[in-house]
Design a protein around this ligand. Sequence first.
Ligand SMILES: [Zn+2]
Length: 74
Amino acid sequence: MSDLVKIVSKHITLREGRKTLKGNCPFHPDQSDSFMVSPEKNLFKCFGCGKEGGPVEFVMWIENTNFGNAPKRE
Ligand SMILES: [Zn+2]
């Protein structure tokens, strides 16, 4: 399984919390560390925009964010 913490760390700075790592969400304008990563469960959750999932979802959304203005393929 891919290591979510490593993948997320490439995109945002994560800070140590108690059981989770925290950082600014890459998916919405965030200044309050809404984004949490659990290394134990290999899952993330954002309390700001509600996105959550594992490494697959993170990569998918990061790619969508980078190409946010691309036209939709039908
Ligand atoms: Zn968010």
